[in-house]
Design a protein around this ligand. Structure first.
Ligand code: HEM
Length: 399
């Protein structure tokens, strides 16, 4: 019998803030692919198993194009025609359009280039830990630490003045946080576009030493640069911030793992990968079949929407031993938390550098770090958010 998931879960199970919603775990237990009837009546699919998610991501017969994403997983959009992605917003494009934008950026986000940023990330992290310590012995880890560090780093890399963050940080939060209505969302998007248009114009007038200015010499138009900046800024802000806050929460809830990491710094790189797998904050993406495709013994008809659950894929017991356990010594790598295939995260080396610096620095600075509220009271982002995480993380320590 074919398994059907009837509605998308709206929340995690109480007491399990790190686990995928139970409906999705159950779906995977039935098999790696389930039927999913979308609210508008479209008969789609939900892929929850590791191998199948990975194979869809590697298959050019599945498209990321925005104009094909007509079926929203939780909202009936009726006959609403979704416009194609604006120029430069390559996350929602296929090749060759996608690679026209991605290619000029690849060389700017290599392992080598990102490692060169380590010292600056250490400095920014230390400054925030100093400020936290001074204002302590308690803090909201999200505002004091998790948000500003990646925000400053991506702003510096792109050449976006951090002082301007008032103009876009709240707006980006609005379109990724899943908590505002359509009207506010459109207003937030428009305001960000306006800001970026002015920024690109300013770079044209006075180029500086940064990724955006470097791209001025290419054949990319201002409108395209604006779209690319939007993707980089929004992807670079929110994802790492949520990993840092939710990752700290997960470590505090797993004291033996936390103790192991504190005791042995050589575990840091593996612990970061394990936190990425265990938490998979970028939890769900969609693709559309461009032609009929056989997948897991089913035929996915051309034009059908497929929801890919990255977080259940990363908890698949056929791929990971003891998948629901956070184990900083885990040896079975290969998680999908940065995606796979042509859209695999462009900023993954940057995110890694940030996490490899920030987690140990925080844990070393505050050896008695702990939650300041009961774990059940930590405010979680709703499932509707594109990126999962905590809204705030009250912590305290012995001064
Ligand atoms: C821990 C933090 C991060 C996570 C979990 C994450 C996750 C992801 C995932 C899953 C995708 C693939 C989306 C898909 O399959 O359609 C992606 C794409 C992308 N990410 Fe990240 N990301 C992170 C940090 C960053 C940072 C710091 C940047 C900054 C440059 C960035 C830039 C991008 C871009 C530009 C893409 C689109 C790539 C393309 O379409 O070719 N990400 N990210």
């Amino acid at each position: 019998m074919e398994h059907t998931v009837t509605t998308m879960p709206t929340a995690r199970q109480s007491g399990c803030p790190f686990d995928p919603p139970k409906e999705l775990i159950e779906a995977r237990e039935h098999g790696p692919i389930s039927r999913y009837p979308f609210p508008d009546g479209h008969q789609g699919w939900l892929v929850t198993g590791y191998d199948l998610v990975r194979s869809v991501l590697a298959d050019p017969r599945f498209s990321s194009r925005k104009e094909f994403m007509r079926h929203h997983p939780t909202i009936d959009m009726g006959d609403f025609e979704v416009p194609p992605a604006p120029p430069g917003e390559f996350l929602l494009m296929d090749d060759p359009e996608h690679s026209r934008y991605r290619k000029p950026l690849v060389g700017k986000f290599t392992v080598r280039r990102m490692r060169l940023l380590t010292e600056r990330v250490e400095q920014v992290t230390a400054e925030h830990l100093d400020a936290m310590e001074k204002a302590g012995p308690s803090a909201d880890l999200v505002t004091a630490f998790a948000k500003p560090i990646p925000a400053i780093v991506i702003c510096e890399l792109l050449g976006v003045p951090y002082e301007d963050r008032g103009s876009f940080q709240d707006n980006i939060d609005k379109f990724l946080g899943g908590e505002v209505g359509d009207e506010e969302l459109i207003a937030a998007y428009t305001a960000t576009q306006q800001y970026l248009a002015e920024l690109v114009a300013a770079k044209r007038a006075h180029p500086t030493d940064d990724v955006l200015s470097d791209l001025l010499d290419s054949d990319l138009t201002d409108e395209e640069l604006q779209g690319m900046a939007l993707i980089l800024l929004s992807a670079g802000f929110d994802t790492t911030a949520n990993m840092l806050a939710l990752g700290t929460f997960a470590l505090l809830q797993n004291p033996e793992q936390l103790a192991a990491l504190r005791a042995d710094p050589t575990l840091t790189d593996g612990a970061v990968e394990e936190l990425m797998r265990y938490l998979t904050v970028a939890k769900m993406f969609m693709r559309t079949a461009l032609e009929d495709v056989e997948l897991g013994g089913r035929t996915i008809k051309a034009g059908t929407t497929v929801i890919l659950s990255y977080n259940t894929a990363n908890r698949d017991p056929e791929r990971f031993t003891d998948p629901h356990t956070l184990n900083v010594r885990r040896q079975d790598g290969g998680h999908l938390a940065f995606g796979h295939g042509i859209h695999q995260c462009l900023g993954q080396q940057l995110a890694r550098v940030e996490m490899r610096v920030a987690f140990p620095a925080l844990l070393n600075r505050f050896p008695t770090l702990r939650l300041a509220v009961p774990a059940e009271e930590v405010a979680l982002r709703p499932e509707a958010a594109d990126i999962y995480g905590v809204k705030s993380l009250p912590v305290t320590w012995d001064a």
